[in-house]
Design a protein around this ligand. Structure first.
Ligand code: PHE
Length: 347
């Protein structure tokens, strides 16, 4: 029996030293020390021994068990350390590997042009103001001298929120003229860019949502010469010193006199023809319409509590998309709204 015990100890220690994983170690523990293990099997034979031998063997069995347990513990510590080491090595981060490139966004050509226009007007002393896109019909129309029944108030052109047509998506930035004049005293000098909405089908030149930039200057002795000066300065700064503009008489209910400003077509230089064909950029017109403008109507000034005997003012409203398209030579409005980065990255 002594031999048997010594053999068990020897085999156990060899097996423990050969084990290389926590699972293998656990399996060994059960096989060596468990109820159905080798050591228990030997101890079960103790009954067959003589009373003198029994304590001696009992002692030896305990020693063997203690030795095995000791080696098991030591091996467990070793294996756990190895496992941890391997895990750390496997999960190590190689900080020298180049990272994934972070793709930066790109400023939209519309914002680039808007920024340029704002910078110019701020330099001329204008203040940038912002106003609501959900507007009252009284601001969008009535206070701008646009009477009930005017075609632009029609439900087929304007998005209304209420059955009584009193709340709508603004169709122009001109209500900002009223919002400013109702509260500020002249001198007034503001620029109000923003979104506007009209029931247009989307095509190459129309979208139900687009952007306008409204300008308003009210002070003593303001004339159409001031209006022309501001707009020509803007156009030359955007399109170059040789840009050619023309002002045409027009009609708006809230300005008097009113005009529209066109820019000579850059493609056909005003001839309306390219290589004997009708110019595709201006459709043979030779000119491209850029904005509406005029002297603020006396009715509108009075309605806002500004004395037209003392003060006069000019206002203009331009389409930002059109300005941006001219500036960047984009020929289809839809490209501006699609936000395809492959397209935007070109600017
Ligand atoms: N609001 C006008 C439009 O949308 C443009 C405009 C603005 C005309 C200011 C005159 C003065 O067509």
């Amino acid at each position: 029996m002594k031999k048997q015990l010594e053999q068990i100890q020897q085999d156990a220690i060899a097996a423990l030293n050969a084990a290389d994983s926590p699972a293998a170690l656990e399996e060994l523990r059960v096989r060596l020390l468990g109820k159905k293990g080798d050591l228990t099997a030997v101890l079960k034979q103790m009954g067959k021994l003589s009373p003198e031998e029994r304590p001696v063997m009992g002692q030896l069995a305990n020693t063997v068990r203690a030795n095995i347990e000791q080696v098991l513990e030591a091996r467990k510590t070793e294996i756990n350390a190895l496992v941890l080491e391997k895990k750390l090595a496997d999960e190590a981060i190689d900080v020298t590997i180049p990272g994934n490139e972070v793709k930066m966004g790109h400023e939209h050509p519309m914002n680039q042009v808007l920024q340029e226009i704002k910078d110019l007007f701020v330099g001329l002393g204008y203040q940038i103001v912002d106003g609501p896109e959900i507007e009252l019909a009284s601001y969008n129309f009535t206070k701008l001298n646009i009477e009930e029944g005017h075609p632009s108030r029609d439900r087929s052109d304007t998005f209304y929120f209420t059955d009584d047509d009193s709340v709508l998506l603004r169709t122009q930035t001109s209500p900002m003229q009223i919002r400013v004049m109702e509260h500020a005293k002249p001198p007034i000098c503001i620029l109000a860019p923003g979104r506007v909405y009209r029931k247009d089908e989307a095509d190459a030149t129309h979208s139900p949502m687009f952007h306008q930039i409204e300008g308003l200057v009210v002070d003593e002795h303001i004339t159409m010469g001031d209006l022309k000066g501001a707009l020509v300065t803007l156009m030359k700064s955007l399109y170059g010193e040789d840009a050619v503009m023309r002002f045409r008489p027009h009609h708006f209910p809230f300005t008097e006199p009113s005009c529209e400003m066109d820019m000579q077509c850059h493609k056909c230089h005003g001839t309306g023809e390219v290589n004997g064909q009708v110019c595709s950029t201006c459709h043979g017109e030779g000119w491209i319409e850029l904005l509406g403008a005029g002297m603020v109507h006396t009715e509108v000034l009075c309605g806002c509590g500004i004395d037209p005997e003392k003060y006069s003012g000019f206002a203009f409203g331009m389409g930002l998309e059109r300005m941006a398209m001219r500036r960047t030579r984009i020929n289809d409005l839809r490209l501006i709204f699609e936000n395809d980065v492959r397209f935007l990255n070109q600017f």
